[in-house]
Design a protein around this ligand. Structure first.
Ligand code: PLP
Length: 395
């Protein structure tokens, strides 16, 4: 397909800066473009393809379920949905599950649940405190929740009921808490904000504050969940349990599914309170179930933890070789390399040129979020490409 860029300009909105290549095929940790050029994919469908591209377990479940029952709607439950909900309850600290179609929709549902709780149990409290540099999705309400001006400014006035405060700052949360506060919503490690890891003790202090005030703690694990940072859920590394967890991205291994889960005490919905036409779609739930069973059986989070340490180790070596690298940070297989100048777009372009996909998450930082199944050999390949690319950076 030679005219794809013309078609892109003609038919698509100019709503995002896209890669200069057209991926047409994916297998494992690799992508191929329309010219047959192969790329090591450190983006993995945006931290989604946890088992790599087109894993046979995923495609088999998708194919088989598509012949049985694809869609039935919210007025009935279905077998894949029930099994997937049971699995998620068994591996988490939550008791109930609602399935949605995306991360933004999962977060919307979580905030609606917190507001419902606020009406019933907290004298009508409705405000959710979120952090600067967070990312919670692209709906209008989640744009208000997302504490980054460049996502918000074009869409004011934003829906009310959100307060953004500095991340990793418990005093800021305390100061922002009023009688109207029903919840605090945080990512355990901020993803789109540049892979920001909180200090030891921050999430514990937030948990304690929420308990003291009787307000809910929502963890947005859309990116950190399902093994991404080296444990099934991110919260497991911080010695706390949230009241509500949201998931999407890795949950389906590549197919669109999201979910929010809650502890029994805040499962306050009554019939009519919330719903979704495609949420709990049997095709998506059956596929996610097969992916999740494979992840659990093969302890993929532990593998991600191990390969992640190897990756960070290699990146730290590159940092000591190239003085323009000012920071390397990560947990599991979510990592960022930060530079002393705004060179991430050109670093990304050079990586693409050399057959590797990365994400320029900030003007001065690239993000790495490969399939959790990436091998040590493939990490070595990635480090060699970074070395070559960094050697060519003019500073
Ligand atoms: C990607 C992401 C979202 C939004 O998910 P969508 O599926 O794009 O709606 C929300 N929260 C976090 C932490 C994310 O990384």
């Amino acid at each position: 397909m030679s005219n794809w860029q013309e078609m892109e300009k003609k038919y698509l909105f100019n709503n995002t800066v896209r890669w200069s290549i057209l991926p047409v095929k994916g297998k494992g940790s690799y992508l191929w473009d329309e010219n047959g050029k192969k790329y090591l994919d450190l983006v993995g469908g945006w931290a989604v393809c946890c088992l790599g591209h087109s894993h046979p377990v995923m495609t088999k479940a998708l194919t088989e379920q598509s012949k049985i029952l694809v869609q039935c709607g919210p007025q009935s439950c279905n077998i894949p949905q029930l099994h997937l909900a049971e699995l998620l309850v068994n591996i988490s600290s939550c008791n109930r599950v609602f399935f949605a179609n995306s991360g933004a929709e999962a977060n919307e549902g979580a905030v609606k649940l917190a507001r419902r709780y606020g009406k019933l149990k907290l004298n009508g409290a409705f405000t959710t405190i979120t952090a600067y540099n967070s990312f919670h999705g692209r709906t209008l309400a989640m744009t208000a929740a997302t504490g980054q001006a460049h996502y918000q400014d074009a869409y004011t006035p934003l829906p009310a009921g959100f307060v953004n405060v500095p991340f990793n700052d418990i005093e800021a949360i305390k100061n922002a808490t009023t009688k109207d506060t029903c919840a605090v919503m945080l990512e355990p490690v901020q993803g789109e904000g540049g892979v920001n890891i909180p200090d030891e003790g921050y999430l514990k202090a937030v948990r304690q504050w929420c308990d003291e005030k009787g307000i809910l703690l929502i963890l947005d694990e859309v990116q950190t969940g399902i093994g991404r940072i080296g444990t099934m859920f991110g919260y497991q590394q911080f010695g706390i349990e949230p009241d509500i967890i949201t998931l999407a991205k890795g949950l389906g291994g590549g197919i669109p599914i999201g979910a929010f889960m809650a502890k029994e005490k805040c499962a306050v919905f009554v019939p009519g309170d919330h719903g979704s036409t495609y949420g709990s779609n049997p095709l998506m739930c059956a596929t996610s179930l097969a992916v999740m069973e494979y992840i659990i059986k093969n302890d993929i989070p532990a593998k991600a933890q191990k390969t992640g340490l190897y990756l960070i180790d290699g990146l730290i070596k590159l940092k000591s070789k190239y003085p323009f690298i000012t920071d390397v940070r990560g947990r599991g297989l979510l990592a960022a390399i930060e530079f002393n100048k705004d060179i991430s777009a050109s670093v990304m372009a050079a990586c693409v040129e050399n057959g590797m996909m990365v994400n320029n998450v900030k003007p001065n930082a690239v993000r790495i979020m490969p399939p959790l199944t990436i091998s040590i050999k493939e990490i070595d390949e990635a480090l060699a490409i970074f070395d070559k690319v960094f050697a060519g950076v003019k500073v």
